[in-house]
Design a protein around this ligand. Structure first.
Ligand SMILES: [Zn+2]
Length: 255
């Protein structure tokens, strides 16, 4: 049994009818409807609706839980047997950004899922890779393709939500990626640790036009600086050269 304590418990029939799962992913959605958790619950209960999520987050950040997270919910196509799904109120085009109340709640749910189910604090690298993602990220996560949760929220996920989640984990966050040495991550060098750094930056939505080259040039420095600014850092903390905390938030273990 896994229920999020801050959520209003709004169980739907699937909670007892569906098989048990051990979740390894969390996938974020937009509902294309401006609904409260209670209205979402009613929608799931309407005849023929079979795309239920575990959670629903209203515009004000209020959260309801419809299905225990150790029970399957069916919003994620091929990932249904491994993913926690989180719906959120949106306009009917899924074009508006998450509100500040929604962002606060989503950070809290992500931290809870990390601590409760051990979902690793990284962005999913494939449709089966453990971690966090948005519905549109992999084609296999939808039956017929989807833009959900919309452009504005997909950008927020990369720029705001995921960095805030990592910050909220604080010292609890255990890196799950490769091990690097800081002395190998310097401007002008070429080595395998730089390649790991580049891979991690690209996975988190940073742009390195030349791709994973192992060479630490201007593109890599700009990508590191961009990632550092998204952590809320300025000045020498956002100079494009990674220290221990930058590596940690990129999922890299420092040797
Ligand atoms: Zn969706």
């Amino acid at each position: 049994m896994a229920r999020y304590r801050e959520a209003t418990w709004l169980p739907i029939p699937e909670n007892t009818a569906q098989p048990r799962i051990t979740p390894t992913q969390l996938i974020l959605h937009s509902a294309a409807a401006p609904w409260s958790p209670e209205r979402l619950r009613d929608f799931w209960n309407e005849r023929g609706v079979t795309t239920e999520s575990h959670f629903g987050v209203g515009y004000d950040g209020a959260v309801g839980q419809f299905v225990d997270t150790n029970v399957r919910a069916d919003a994620n196509a091929s990932a249904n047997n491994r993913a926690i799904s989180v719906e959120s109120a949106a306009n009917t085009q899924n074009s508006d950004p998450w509100t500040s109340g929604q962002l606060d709640t989503l950070v809290d749910i992500m931290v809870w899922a990390h601590r409760t189910h051990g979902i690793p604090a990284r962005v999913c690298r494939s449709d089966t890779d453990p971690g966090f993602g948005t519905h549109r990220m992999f084609r296999k996560w939808s039956l017929s393709g989807t833009e959900c949760p919309g452009n504005a929220r997909a950008k927020q996920f990369t720029d705001t939500l995921f960095p805030r989640f990592l910050g909220a984990l604080g010292d609890d966050f255990v890196p799950v990626g490769p091990t690097v040495a800081l002395e190998n991550l310097k401007y002008g060098v070429t080595n395998a640790d730089v390649a790991d750094l580049q891979r991690s930056l690209i996975e988190r939505g940073e742009e390195i036009p030349a791709g994973v080259t192992g060479y630490y040039g201007d593109q890599t420095r700009a990508a590191v600086a961009s990632f550092q600014r998204k952590q809320g850092w300025t000045g020498s903390d956002a100079d494009g050269i990674p220290g221990i905390e930058t590596c940690r938030r990129l999922g890299l273990t420092v040797a």
